[in-house]
Every structure is written in structure tokens, then in C-alpha cells.
Write a protein that binds this ligand. Structure first.
Ligand code: IFM
Length: 485
């Protein structure tokens, strides 16, 4: 018998419907130039891991190690986007999206990370860009969404300072080929995640658990972020928009007013929300809140790096999924702060275990916009994972749809307060490989049957289409209504 997930059976909790949503609202409230997109990433969607000269990436290696990924899954086929991109772009265009964000797999272009270019790899991205343009989808290209060439990992990867030059060279190879048609570029995807989860927690590739490797990788990613921006600017047309993306979460203390928890929250904020942002502005690292960063400065920082870490990005990509609640913890030496999981707090959460808290997006837009020289903001990722069921050819993903409405409402709230936010990109266009969680969590607006590769636009995707077509979000649904959305 078909087992229905809770979001199909029970009314959605009030967390999905923040009272702060500026109702009613429609696309027109965001203005004619607002960008409406969906995002994707190479390793999570492309598959084709050995096709047409692609080299190995650290995710090809990491997923081969038993026990690293749920059910030992991997991205060798994924959503087969490499072979099915035209179908997926047709569906994206059918939803009325104005933009599509994808990433380039570095080892597809440079199988050894440096040196000989794999022409067929670059040709693929050339075709992909043209396919976007043919459908009136403005392409946004991310240079690094975590799939480092294995050959570079063998030389130390992000822990080796030479990566700054390797990355800048790669950036220019891609920009020289595609710069005439790609108007918007993201240098890195969420450095805090690939540096932290990959080098300190060991739960993402390359699977290291080493404080020194973490600090080295953090510094080199910060340098590469700015150097990558400069490398792009040197070869792209003057009209190209160059940005980079940051993961972020609004943070609140577990016990408001408690001095230890409040201080722990400030430390966690420095680590999770400020570490990679402030150096770009010339503010350096948040050493006052995170004294452990002095080791980074002593060991890896060279004269002139303060300046090298700066770059005047045209936009910052804000990537938000939840908030975090922080408490003091004497056991975590880097920040003496622990995140209290949503399950432990008994609050509504997604399939990732992340609290449903759409207002976090508003809070983070506000926090980033508060820097005096902050560039334009784009929400380059926002979304939610819930279990889906295919019933008579439809996916009634009530929860994801409600989350999408709430998140876009929070963006409008920020915009109406004067925050310079110019776009919203849902994560993700299709279901895909969710890193250490494998194929379990589904974030897509489009359902993927991984056996047949059949696609179904979910109700969330249908709602996005209607909204982009002019439909109004009229009222905060009551919980009873929500069950029948
Ligand atoms: O799937 C990831 C994506 O690769 C980076 N940002 C967060 C998403 C959800 O975990």
C-alpha cells in the first residue's frame, strides 16, 4: 500500500505561514526587472561522470568510499542532465522562468585540473548556454560547485595555496569560451560548506577532519574567491555581472538573554555568516569573535593578502534554507557554540531536519544589506526538501509549495523595506543528488524518477508557473486550507 508522508495527511503547521508575509502579492510587486530562476549544480544533476573526456572529481572518489553517503549512492547518473538538459530547460521555460543557474564541472573542462583542455567538455557547456538562450532563459554560471578535479586534490586541493592560480586559470578558460553569451557569473558556491563540511567535519569530499586543513582551505578559498573575480573581470565584457554565493542562516540564542548563549550566537554568526563575506569588503576575518583564526593568520596569511582578499562583486548570492538556534558548548574548541537541532526543539522541519522558518531569508537579506558597501543581492538558492508521492501522474507537494510562497513573500518584505534584492532562484529545478544524503531528500520543482528518468512538474512548480504568469497570493491559508492546497 502507498505510504503517504505526514505533509499529505496533516494540515501544515503555522510555521509555513508567517504573519509578516506582505499579502496579497503577485509578481508585479517585485518589479519588471526582478529575476525569477531556478538553480542546479553539475555533480548533483549531470551524471555522465566519465563521458566525453571528463576527468575524475573528488565527489567521484568520495562517493566510492563505503559509508560516506546514505545507501552508498553516488552522482554517476544523477538526473542525467548531461543528456537531458534540453528537456529540463523546456520545462524551466514552460514555468516562465527568466533565469537558469547551473555550474560547470571543472574536471569536465580540465580533466587534470590544469593543462590540457577537454574540448568536448567545453563544447557541452557551449551547447547548454545556447540552449538556455534559445528558450529566453538568462544563464547564470557558477564556476565551482564543489567538484574539484581529483588530480588537484592529489596536490593538496584547497589546502595548497597554488589552488588560487589553478582556479584563476580555469576561470579564464571558461570565461573566454562562454563570456560572449553568459551575462552573470558566480565564482564559488557556498565556501563555508565545502571548506567546513569537506575539511573539518569530513562529511563532504574530500572527507578531511583536520583543523589545519580547514584553516588553510578557508584562506585559499577566500583568496580564490577574489582572484577568481579579478580573473573573470579581466576577460569578460564590461557588462558581465560577477558575483559569488554564500550559505547563511539567521541565528538566535537558545536562551535569549543568557550571556553565554548570546556570545555563542555571535561566534557562530562570525563562522557561518561572516567568515567569507567580510574579507571581500576589506574588513578582514572576524578574528575578534573567533580567536582560532589567529592560527590562520600566523600560518597561511602572507603580506598583501588582506588586499588580495577584496573584490568589488556586482552581486552577492544569498543562499538560505533555515535558521539555527545556538547554545554555548564547552566542547567545540573552534567556536564554543553548538546548534540545537530542530528535531530536538520539536519544531516543524524539512526532510533535511532543518527548521521551517522562512523569515530567516528576510533576516539574512537584511543582515547582508547592512554592510555599508554591500552590492546588489540575489537569492541564488532557497528551497525545501519534503517526501513526495506520485499519485495519478501528479505530485501534490503541498509543503514545498507553501514554503516557496512563504519564502518569496519574505523576499518581497525585504524589498519593500528598501533592500536591494534583485532576484529569487529556487533550489532546485529538478530533484537531484543531495550530497551525503544521497537521493533521499527531494528539493526539486520537478520530480525525477531515478529509474526511468521521467520528469513530472510538481504542484510547487505549477504554482511557480502560475505566479510568474501573474497569479496573486491572496491570503495566508489557514492550516485546514493548507491541507487541501
Ligand atoms: O543541494 C545543496 C546545494 O548544492 C548547495 N546549497 C544547499 C543545497 C541543499 O542542501
Amino acid at each position: 500500500m502507498l505510504k503517504l508522508p505526514p505533509s499529505y495527511l496533516e494540515p501544515l503547521p503555522a510555521a509555513f505561514f508567517p504573519a509578516s508575509t506582505p499579502l496579497p502579492f503577485s509578481r508585479a510587486d517585485f518589479g519588471p526587472d526582478f529575476q525569477w530562476g531556478a538553480s542546479a549544480a553539475a555533480y548533483q544533476t549531470e551524471g555522465a561522470w566519465q563521458q566525453q573526456g571528463k576527468g575524475a572529481s573528488i565527489w567521484d572518489d568520495f562517493t566510492r568510499r563505503k559509508g560516506t553517503i546514505r545507501r552508498n549512492e553516488h552522482g554517476r547518473v544523477a538526473a542525467d542532465f548531461y543528456n537531458r538538459y534540453e528537456t529540463d530547460l523546456d520545462l524551466a521555460a514552460g514555468m516562465g522562468l527568466t533565469d537558469f543557474r547551473f555550474s560547470v564541472a571543472w574536471p569536465r573542462v580540465l580533466p587534470e585540473g590544469t593543462g590540457a583542455v577537454n574540448r568536448r567538455g567545453l563544447d557541452y557547456y557551449d551547447r547548454l548556454v545556447d540552449a538556455c538562450l534559445e528558450r529566453d532563459l538568462r544563464p547564470m554560471l557558477t564556476l565551482y560547485h564543489w567538484d574539484l578535479p581529483s588530480a588537484l586534490q592529489a596536490r593538496g586541493g584547497w589546502a595548497n595555496r597554488n589552488i588560487v592560480n589553478w582556479f584563476a586559470d580555469y576561470a579564464q578558460i571558461v570565461a573566454r569560451r562562454l563570456g560572449d553569451r553568459v551575462p552573470q557569473w558566480c565564482v564559488l558556491n557556498e565556501p563555508m560548506v565545502f571548506v567546513g563540511a569537506g575539511h573539518l567535519l569530513g562529511i563532504h569530499a574530500p572527507g578531511r577532519r583536520h583543523l589545519g586543513a580547514f584553516l588553510a582551505a578557508a584562506h585559499h578559498a577566500t583568496l580564490a574567491q577574489a582572484e577568481g573575480g579579478r580573473a573573470l573581470r579581466a576577460v569578460l565584457p564590461a557588462t558581465a555581472q560577477i558575483g559569488t554565493t554564500f550559505s547563511c542562516s539567521h541565528l538566535t540564542p537558545h536562551r535569549p538573554g543568557n550571556a553565554l548563549d548570546e556570545a555563542a550566537t555571535r561566534r557562530a554568526d562570525a563562522l557561518l555568516n561572516r567568515l567569507f563575506v567580510e574579507p571581500t569588503l576589506g574588513l578582514g576575518y572576524p578574528v575578534a569573535e573567533l580567536p582560532a583564526l589567529r592560527w590562520l593568520l600566523d600560518r597561511y596569511h602572507k603580506p598583501g593578502d588582506e588586499q588580495r582578499m577584496t573584490f568589488d562583486f556586482d552581486f552577492w548570492g544569498v543562499q538560505n534554507y533555515t535558521r539555527e538556534v545556538v547554545k554555548f558548548s564547552p566542547w567545540l574548541p573552534l567556536q564554543w557554540a553548538a546548534l540545537v537541532p530542530a528535531r530536538q526543539r520539536g519544531v516543524p522541519h524539512t526532510d533535511m531536519g532543518w527548521e521551517v522558518f522562512p523569515e530567516s531569508l528576510y533576516q539574512m537579506l537584511k543582515q547582508f544589506a547592512a554592510y555599508s558597501n554591500a552590492p546588489r543581492l540575489l537569492v541564488t538558492e532557497s528551497g525545501s526538501a519534503f517526501q513526495d508521492v506520485v499519485l495519478d501522474g501528479r505530485v501534490h507537494d503541498v509543503a514545498r509549495r507553501a514554503y516557496l510562497q512563504a519564502a518569496t513573500g519574505q523576499v518581497l518584505r525585504a524589498k519593500q523595506e528598501g533592500i536591494n534584492v534583485g532576484g529569487y532562484f529556487a533550489w532546485s529545478l529538478t530533484d537531484n543528488f543531495e550530497w551525503a544524503e544521497g537521493y533521499g531528500p527531494r528539493f526539486g520543482l520537478i520530480h525525477v524518477d531515478y529509474e526511468t528518468q521521467e520528469r513530472i512538474v510538481k504542484d510547487s512548480g505549477r504554482w511557480y508557473r502560475d505566479f510568474l504568469g501573474g497569479a496573486t497570493v491572496a491570503a495566508v491559508p489557514t492550516t485546514e486550507q493548507a491541507a487541501h492546497l
